[in-house]
Design a protein around this ligand. Structure first.
Ligand SMILES: NC(=O)c1ccc[n+]([C@@H]2O[C@H](COP(=O)([O-])OP(=O)(O)OC[C@H]3O[C@@H](n4cnc5c(N)ncnc54)[C@H](O)[C@@H]3O)[C@@H](O)[C@H]2O)c1
Length: 518
């Protein structure tokens, strides 16, 4: 097997690359509305209980989906339990081949899959293409990782004894996914479960059932047996029924903090003959520290990009900047200038920066925070120009001069709203970061290597970025995931991730033979 390399993202400044994506959109548009079934084994139940629409044009229906009942969740787990017997006995190399075929399946349909994300989740082209690349990366990376893990790990040997450490799949993995990386995140969690020999049941987000369906199609059409991978579209109740099932062994969840915490509580109740394990990646309040010696030519575009691309709806997005008072005015002035030229528009338009948010509830939530900022502090910049009147758009906004207890400084907003606060020095900034219950991503702009080292040592976050944007983690290069209330610290796309999907077995054999058995 060749060495892992990241799938190169398309350079959208090149006309042929843009044309390839538009071709994908044409192919996509020829399809009627996607129909997403509850898909268990070879059985498909269609329905229209869930309607997924284009956030930029909410009258445009992208997909209709059945919504899985608690009985269907139980049926999916029973089928996966049967499927586990055969899939877990399939050699790791064979499973890896299938995952790598699924990566090729996605590569061939790259434009169409990106177009689906543009429509179903309003991901702008560049972000949508990067998401498909990340899904391909997860498949390729975990396929290789599982083959290596299948060989076990070296442990200490002494004469007369043979010691072996190997890893066995755990059983049924329930994957509960969000909508904001609608193909990459479900694909990553599903691929990790399957690569290590588990059977998987995927519950995609209700906002992106068609993207979840694409993940399951890729894997099934590449050779994953029907009983080893099920699709359960549905709302939160379907996820809750799935994670509570006593025959689920591992739960891989990515989503909001409150839902993650409820899943951890549910999973504390033992399964039929096992303890459930939870891999949870949750929300954050991501802070960027800007020291007095920061190069603002670097810091301003990187922070604006981190806060506003995909309308601030990345779990890693910057939402709070703590800037040294010596440069705070200059920084704010330049950030305001950069925000006022952001292009707000439909995800399908090349060159836009800020698309709509995912749904009406999200739009209303971010608007409430904007009003709070206006009332309790100051709007330092907002881009109102070109904001379409139709669709779930929110103007990108920078808030300043907020009181220390403002919810805007403490809660995850998950939208295009950035708070800027001035601090006396970097120690004061680090103290404020340390007060937060979240620790997902963070950033630092500073030119003194000693200061960088000091912040690195004190930072609680899972992913700290220095003198660069704080989004865009790459599989294999920036293993991703948070600490504290932001997650269980399991690091998707990293060398240790697969260990959460297996259990270790140690065998110790006495090799000093006492005569022959006859
Ligand atoms: N740390 C990370 O890697 C990461 C990555 C992406 C998103 N996120 C976080 O995800 C959130 C946005 O995604 P979202 O709005 O889809 O999150 P969400 O928590 O609302 O939903 C996530 C999934 O959980 C399901 N769900 C809802 N209630 C449930 C319940 N009681 N039991 C089981 N499942 C349930 C949903 O149907 C969906 O499939 C943000 O907080 C963001 O920070 C984190």
């Amino acid at each position: 097997m060749s060495e892992f390399v990241n799938e190169p993202i398309l350079e959208l400044r090149r006309a042929p690359h843009r044309e390839a994506l538009l071709e994908g959109m044409r192919a996509f548009t020829e399809q009627a509305i996607f129909r997403v079934p509850v898909w268990i084994g070879d059985g498909e139940r269609h329905g229209e209980e869930i309607v997924s629409t284009d956030p930029g044009d909410p009258e445009r229906v992208i997909a209709t989906a059945a919504s899985a009942s608690a009985d269907e969740a139980a049926e999916a787990v029973a089928t996966a339990t049967r499927g586990f017997a055969r899939w877990s006995a399939t050699p790791a190399e064979k499973r890896a081949e299938i995952l790598i075929r699924a990566a090729a399946w996605m590569r061939e349909r790259r434009g169409e899959l990106a177009a689906l994300e543009v429509r179903e989740c309003a991901k702008p082209w560049g972000e949508a293409d990067a998401d498909v690349c990340e899904a391909i990366d997860f498949l390729e990376y975990y396929a290789r990782g599982a083959v290596a893990l299948g060989r076990g790990k070296a442990i200490f040997q002494v004469p007369g004894e043979r010691n072996e450490l190997r890893y066995a799949p755990r059983g049924v993995v329930a994957v509960v996914a969000p909508w904001n990386f609608p193909i990459a995140i479900p694909c990553g969690m599903v691929a990790a479960g399957l690569a290590t020999g588990n059977a998987v049941v995927l519950k995609p987000a209700e906002q992106s059932p068609a993207c979840g369906h694409a993940v399951v199609r890729a894997l099934r059409e590449s050779g994953v047996p029907a009983d080893a991978l099920a699709l359960l579209p549905g709302e939160g109740e379907a996820g809750a029924a799935l994670v509570a099932h006593p025959d689920v062994h591992t739960i891989a969840f990515t989503g909001s903090g409150p839902v993650g915490l409820s899943i951890l509580e549910t999973a504390a109740k033992p399964g039929r003959r096992h303890l459930k394990r939870v891999v949870a990646e949750m929300g954050g309040k991501n802070c960027v520290l800007v020291d007095s010696d920061a190069d603002l030519d670097d810091a301003v575009p990187a922070i604006v990009q981190s806060a506003f691309l995909y309308a601030g709806q990345k779990c890693s997005a910057a939402s709070r900047v703590l800037v040294h008072e010596a440069i705070a005015d200059a920084f704010l002035e330049r950030v305001a200038g950069a925000v006022e030229v952001l292009q707000v528009g439909q995800a399908e338009t090349f060159g836009i920066d800020v698309p709509p948010v995912i749904e009406r509830d999200a739009q209303e939530r971010v608007q409430r925070y904007r009003e709070l900022a206006r009332a309790g502090g100051r709007i330092a910049a907002e881009q109102l120009e070109g904001v379409p009147g139709h669709g779930w758009f929110v103007p990108p906004t920078v808030a300043a001069d907020l009181p220390a207890d403002s919810p805007i400084l403490h809660e995850e907003i998950f939208g295009p709203l950035l708070a800027v606060e001035r601090v006396k020095n970097l120690d004061a900034a680090m103290d404020r970061v340390d007060e937060l219950p979240f620790a997902l991503t963070g950033g630092l702009f500073c030119r003194n290597p000693h200061t960088v080292e000091r912040v690195v040592r004190h930072s609680p976050v899972g992913n700290l970025y220095v003198n660069r944007s704080i989004t865009g983690a790459m599989v294999g290069r920036q293993p991703f995931g948070g600490n504290r209330l932001s997650g269980t610290g399991t690091k998707a796309g990293g060398p240790d991730y697969l260990l959460h999907f297996v259990e270790p077995h140690v065998v110790s054999e006495n090799t000093v033979r006492h005569g022959l058995v006859i």
